[in-house]
Ligand binder design. Structure first.
Ligand code: PAF
Length: 280
């Protein structure tokens, strides 16, 4: 595995690969890799000859007061996992390498960035869109692979790629879950053993709402309210539990058929997000 820290080194490697006619995939991550990330690498390997996995804890997507400094970092273990799975290149740049001096440009996918998580994490999705666009430009990848646990993030990246005519194929991969249903996340390391078991309720509540909708209950406000109450009585502080259209993430109404239920809730020190998408 090539371990590359600068954009110049990365682009030299890419030039060699291009000369060999290789198709290149990017898996952008913030490290502290778990089975969900390794699944993204596996999918990338099915779509390309060479896979670049980036690890960059991106400061610009953390709002003031969030966990940028405390965000779990585990470079040694990450490197071992990536070597084990056969990623071709680990791109692990510094903040200075990525942002240089006083960057002036920021990307905002305006409508979607203010919804759901955007209401609780001001500037978060602008930071995500900007770093993802930069990584696309740095790597010139043919395709990029993202986890659908971050459903809103994926919708925003799709919109950015469409609006800016970025020549890249986007691939979304289903959420990998613990045996109790909890979506895998780097932030699960903030949970105690007891909280990890309680956290399973988030997915159970999503499934319960989905099953009620499939069974014919279309009173979305009532379903959302019941879910929030259920989570509150188990000790969650729920930011939102929203039944939406899966394309533009606006509140679902009766005729809509492709739906996603999005939720974010705090439990102890962790803010957990999860979703379920389905058609009725
Ligand atoms: O999903 C993540 O881990 C991050 O938001 C991403 C896409 C790597 C951008 O920093």
């Amino acid at each position: 595995m090539h371990r590359v820290k600068t954009v110049a080194q990365l682009q030299t490697l890419i030039k060699t690969w291009r000369g060999e006619g290789k198709r290149i995939a990017l898996v952008p991550t913030m490290g502290n890799l778990h089975a969900g990330h390794l699944q993204l690498v596996r999918v990338a390997q099915q779509h390309a000859d060479s896979v670049i996995t980036s690890i960059f804890v991106n400061p610009s997507q953390f709002a003031i007061g969030e966990d940028f400094a405390a965000y779990p970092r585990s470079e040694q273990q990450d490197q071992q996992k990536l070597t084990g799975i056969g990623t071709d290149c680990l791109f692990i740049p510094s903040i200075a390498e990525v942002y240089g001096d006083q960057p002036q440009t920021r990307i905002s996918v305006t409508d979607m960035a203010g919804l759901h998580c955007g209401q609780f994490r001001p500037g978060h999705f602008d930071g995500v869109a900007t770093i993802v666009c930069k990584l696309f430009n740095m790597t010139q990848a043919d395709c990029a692979v993202f986890g659908l646990k971050d459903f809103q993030q994926f919708a925003i990246i799709k919109t950015m790629v469409r609006d800016l005519n970025i020549p890249i194929q986007l691939i979304g991969v289903d959420t990998v879950r613990e045996t109790n249903g909890l979506a895998m996340s780097s932030r699960n390391s903030y949970l105690s053993v007891q909280e990890k078991s309680t956290a399973a309720l988030l997915f159970q509540t999503l499934c319960q709402a989905r099953d009620a909708i499939i069974a014919g209950n279309r009173d979305y406000p009532a379903l959302q309210h019941q879910a929030m109450q259920r989570l509150a009585s188990a000790g969650f502080q729920t930011d939102y539990f929203s039944i939406c259209r899966s394309d533009d993430l606006q509140p679902a109404t009766l005729p809509d058929q492709d739906l996603v239920i999005l939720t974010a809730a705090k439990l102890g020190k962790a803010r957990l997000i999860d979703n379920l998408y389905f058609s009725v």
